[in-house]
Design a protein around this ligand. Structure first.
Ligand code: 89Y
Length: 346
């Protein structure tokens, strides 16, 4: 890796990419330089280029041919991920790619193999585990305050109109599990370790949507722990916690409960304490989206730190295969009405 600032190019300048662009800009003082942006939509490329004062491109190949980049951050839809990752990897450029990793298991594996073969650093921008409240939960587990976690319920339940900012959701072949269940499944791994089998019930509660908008999953972890992982876009709740993930974890000495509004209640050996696990707004985050936006920032900071130290990211390509395998297993479990052993553990 270069000895000066790491020069990064962002590919994809749409809705969520704005969070990545701001994150890289904010991290300039920590040794990264947003060098250029790219989007197939010329208007979006130009708008981002002007807003962040960097050159803009409409073709990733041109971006990679002209700019001297150390890393790219791919924030496009997942059907483009394999081709874009392969392009960057072929150039020997460190690659970060948004979740879902790729369109299919085969594509994810092909990307990981290409990176391994070329010796290129690869990470998946799986960001929920980097959200400040989720790091607090992990800190409490690691402190031993609740003993060994043996049961959890991890919930992303909202009725917030996600279709307004992400209208392509209506037509996806796979929706709730592939879009947000993937984050919650990754959190289940983060908190309780790898998963030995998974069952899943899906529902389509909104008739305007093509795929499932609700999933209820039951996981047996290899440690013996059990977790219930839930996601829906069709909950009618007050308060609606969007985009917060609510968590309940029980161990032999206590429990951790994450409540709406970034509050965490910890019971340890019979004593209960409650704390605020939120974080202050950044100049570009907004009340409603802050938790998710800030998670992107913390994830980018982690990737930068790993690149600088030359170590794999927590959510490296090969790590993320395990989360992706759970997503595929959840869909199979729903279709086949039985518990499935995720591919990596068969
Ligand atoms: O796309 C989703 C994600 O990754 O986080 C929240 C979201 O925008 C809607 O579920």
């Amino acid at each position: 890796m270069a000895s000066g600032a790491i020069r990064i190019g962002v590919i994809g300048c749409g809705f969520y990419a704005q969070n990545h662009l701001h994150s890289w800009k904010d991290l300039a003082s920590e040794g990264v330089m947003l060098a250029a942006v790219c989007d197939v939509d010329a208007g979006k490329a130009e708008a981002a280029g002007r807003a962040f004062d960097v050159p803009f491109y409409t073709e990733a190949a041109a971006l990679l041919a002209v700019e001297r980049l150390d890393a790219v951050d791919i924030v496009t839809r997942h059907d483009t991920h394999r081709a874009l990752c392969e392009l960057a990897i072929a150039k020997g450029v460190a690659t970060i790619v948004q979740k879902p990793f790729a369109l299919s298991w085969e594509d994810c594996v092909a990307i990981v193999e290409a990176a391994d073969k070329a010796g290129v650093w690869l990470a998946v921008h799986e960001n929920f585990r980097f959200q400040t409240p989720m790091r607090h939960v992990r800190r409490v587990i690691d402190s031993g305050a609740i003993g060994t976690p043996s049961w959890a319920r991890i919930m992303f339940r909202t009725g917030f109109d996600v279709y307004r900012t992400q209208p392509y959701f209506y037509d996806e072949e796979r929706l709730a599990i592939a879009d947000v269940g993937i984050h919650v499944l990754d959190l289940a791994r983060f908190f309780l370790g790898e998963v030995g089998r998974i069952s899943c019930e899906t529902q389509r509660r909104n008739p305007k949507v093509r795929a499932e908008d609700t999933a209820t999953m039951l996981l047996r972890h290899r440690s013996g722990a059990v977790s219930v992982v839930e996601c829906t876009y069709e909950a009618r709740r007050d308060p609606d916690p969007f985009p917060e993930t609510l968590v309940e974890i029980e161990g032999d000495n206590g429990s951790i409960i994450v409540l709406p509004g970034s509050r965490m209640r910890v019971t340890s050996n019979g004593t209960t304490t409650e704390e605020d696990i939120g974080s202050p707004l950044r100049s570009w985050t907004s009340d409603r989206w802050h938790v998710a936006q800030e998670g992107a920032f913390v994830a980018c900071r982690h990737f930068l730190d790993c690149l600088q130290r030359g170590v794999p990211a927590e959510t490296s390509g090969s790590d993320n295969l395990r989360t992706y395998a759970l997503v595929d297993a959840a869909y199979r479990a729903a279709e086949e009405h039985r518990a499935i052993v995720p591919t990596l553990w068969e």
